[in-house]
Design a protein around this ligand. Sequence first.
Ligand code: SAM
Length: 250
Amino acid sequence: MQIGTLYGIGVGPGDPELIPLKGLRRLQTAPVVAFPAGMGGKPGIAQQIIAEWLSPQQVQLALNFPYVQDESVLKQAWQEAAEKVWQYLQQGLDVVFASEGDASFYSTFTYLSQTIRELHPEVEVQIVPGICSPLAAAAAIGIPLTYRAQRLAVLPALYAIEELEMALDWADVVVLLKVSSVYEQVWGVLKQRGLLESSWVVERVTQSQQVIYNNLSDRPHLNLSYFSLAIVQVPNSKNNKAAVGNISPL
Ligand SMILES: C[S@@+](CC[C@H](N)C(=O)[O-])C[C@H]1O[C@@H](n2cnc3c(N)ncnc32)[C@H](O)[C@@H]1O
């Protein structure tokens, strides 16, 4: 019997209308739909985004991906998730995995697909891209994320403040993911460099609870959710100084 295909679908940052058409088609026609399990018994974010597009006939598969650093715990969770998915693939059923944002951009889908490939190399894996959070945040603020020759740095998580310093020395625009746990330290660096007025924090972009914080000068403390990111424009960088004219928020 032919085995099923595993699809990784980027379902966008929150607004269910931001699921790309191709991903939506896959989502609605798949017999099995998987997604990261939520915490504390609540539905996870990807599950919330896709809920209105699913039908009762589809199998819904919540997969556990613990938020820990311990490699052995993580590996075991990925293997368990991969085996759960394999149960359906081996019956010839396609499985669609819904990934918040894009499925290739710091997504749990990467671990799932890698583990499936290791355990069952015969499985075909396909990715349908989605809108990732920095792009949605730039649109919500009303700025181009980058233009002309601007260099973009994305820091997925800040484990040392020197990494931010290096990024600000090199890039014209810096995106900081997972900024919630390090916001105060980030604020200190931005203040020192005079960048608070050209920085934004966007929380839960495109979701009903979306908040945009602009001009961070009087916001040394913010109580942010995990789903928050910062965009920092560096007006004095080499490229930005050379740019003709300024592009300000819409
Ligand atoms: C593990 S990464 C996942 C990125 C996701 N795959 C994407 O394409 O945007 C998680 C981080 O992305 C950012 N993020 C994801 N969704 C977001 C949203 N809706 N609003 C703001 N930030 C978000 C946050 O910084 C969060 O800590």
